[in-house]
Design a protein around this ligand. Structure first.
Ligand code: G1P
Length: 295
């Protein structure tokens, strides 16, 4: 993977049933952690990694994501007129000027692998990143000392000429919620994957090292996805295509990223992320402490 990571795919076509009724009308990626929607954290991480082309794989109900990254003429004009420069900068800063957003629809919810395959016409045959915005990974303020997980992975992918997948240890009894890897350690953060399986039962899992929502993959994965048949849950799984890549001797590394991951696909994770971010904010941290002290 000699070229830099320019394109990042965001599969955002999921229904978000764990957050109903809010997700009847609000895309789950638009749920806020404090004042920023989950998708903003994901986009910032992609831009931090060097991406200038963001591909959102969405469905026909997710117009809010496109609206969010679009120009808000009326609002911007009002803020300008009133001299509210800081707010104007926030509104205009959702997407940096040099970055373009491309929207592709996934006509049917056939699985994560299928969603990624929908990005093929935009990505073509080059290495690309995938971020699942549900998995919020926080490693400090990006650009102010913090290095995002995807940037860490892109650097490793470039240096090792390999695909890279973010992993984290999970409790044994939770292997059936994740893609699980079998990997031989290289150093304390990286390992070479030999085998990967989607949502194995704890007794059948090769380890408790789970895939979290960050991938750097070669363009070859698209051809493999085209040949992938439905797997776990009857869905076309990205994990199965990566397993096929491994079988044809593709080099794929598992990477233990620096940072804290919050699984914002469920309520507990969203609450944790919100508390964590509040504690980073000098104005909100005392509010949280005071609230907790009240029991
Ligand atoms: C997806 C992937 C799985 C991965 C997980 C990380 O599963 O298929 O391999 O471990 O994301 O969040 P999902 O959570 O969409 O069921």
């Amino acid at each position: 993977m000699s070229k830099p990571l320019r394109k990042v795919v965001f599969p955002v076509a999921g229904l978000g049933t764990r957050f109903l009724p809010a997700t009847k009308v609000v895309a789950k990626e638009m749920l806020p952690v404090l004042d920023r929607p989950l998708i903003q954290y994901a986009v910032d991480e992609a831009v931090d990694a060097g991406a200038d082309t963001l591909v959102f794989v969405t469905n026909r109900y997710k117009h809010a994501i496109a609206d969010y990254f679009d120009k808000a003429y009326e609002l911007e004009a009002k803020l300008q007129e009133k001299g509210k420069d800081e707010l104007l900068a926030l509104v205009q800063g959702t997407l940096p000027r040099h970055v373009r957003a491309i929207f592709v629809t996934q006509p049917e919810a056939l699985g994560l692998g299928h969603a990624v395959l929908c990005a093929k016409p935009v990505v073509g045959d080059e290495p690309f990143g995938v971020i699942l915005p549900d998995d919020l990974i926080w490693n400090g303020h990006l650009g102010k000392g913090g290095v995002g997980a995807l940037r860490q992975m892109a650097e490793l992918a470039g240096a090792q000429q390999a695909g890279v997948i973010a992993v984290e240890e999970v409790p044994r009894d939770e292997t059936d919620k994740y893609g699980i890897v079998d990997a031989a350690p290289i150093d304390e953060r990286s390992a070479r994957i030999s085998h990967m399986v989607e949502k194995p039962k704890p007794a059948e899992a090769p380890s408790n090292l789970a895939v979290v929502g960050r991938y750097v993959l070669p363009g070859r994965i698209f051809q493999l996805l085209e040949q992938t048949t439905p797997g776990a849950g009857g869905e076309i799984q990205l994990t199965d295509a990566i397993e096929a890549l491994l079988k044809e001797q593709g080099k794929v590394l598992a990477y233990r990223f620096q940072g804290t991951r919050f699984d914002c696909g469920n309520k507990a994770g969203l609450v944790r992320a919100t508390m964590h971010m509040a504690m980073q904010d000098p104005k909100l941290a005392p509010v949280v402490r005071e609230f907790l002290a009240q029991g």
